[in-house]
Ligand binder design. Structure first.
Ligand code: CU
Length: 182
């Protein structure tokens, strides 16, 4: 009789032990889906971490406006690396060009945007494209007064994320965006 009672007791303690084991396994099981979810990030598309990037379609003609409130109407674009892309900027403001002009300057990856913007301030004769940082410029539009527009064609060879700014003094803080090249 005592032996019969003893056996279930052992079984019960084994049951407890296996419960402990299961707890550990449960934790591992929960961790696994996270790893799976992150797995595609091992080969992320350029700019995958930029909010809203999935809502932006690939284009070969970027069209944007700049206004007297120091804003571009759009700030995020997606293009194909290696493909010719047109870019049209229109200044839809009313203020005189002397104090309120706009351009688009597409900067090479890795460019210090702050440093570029600051260097541009004193380069009025060069339409605020600092010659000392010419190697950082992939392409740029003309500097536009009210109602003017300019279209350029450019190409980036490397997939990645490219900053663009308006380099008119004081504008790059708010007139900036990103071009993601896939
Ligand atoms: Cu501007």
């Amino acid at each position: 009789m005592k032996r019969i009672l003893f056996v279930p007791a052992v079984a019960f303690s084994l049951f407890l032990a296996s419960c402990g084991g299961n707890d550990t396994k449960t934790t591992e099981t929960e961790a696994t889906p996270e790893t799976t979810t992150e797995a595609p990030a091992a080969e992320p598309k350029p700019g995958a971490d930029i909010p809203g990037i999935n809502d932006v379609a690939v284009t070969d003609h970027i069209e944007l406006t700049g206004n007297d409130e120091l804003k571009f109407d759009k700030t995020l674009f997606k293009i194909k690396a290696g493909q010719d892309v047109k870019l049209t900027l229109k200044n839809i403001g009313k203020m005189p060009k002397e104090g309120m002009a706009h351009n688009v300057v597409i900067l090479a990856m890795g460019t210090d945007v702050q440093a570029f913007g600051e260097a541009a301030v004193t380069e009025k004769a060069a339409d605020h494209i600092p010659p000392s940082m010419a190697s950082s410029v992939i392409a740029h539009t003309k500097l536009l007064g009210p109602g003017e527009s300019d279209t350029i064609t450019f190409k980036v060879t490397e997939p990645g994320v490219y900053d663009f700014i308006c380099s008119f003094p004081g504008h790059f803080g708010s007139m900036k965006g990103k071009i993601v090249a896939e």
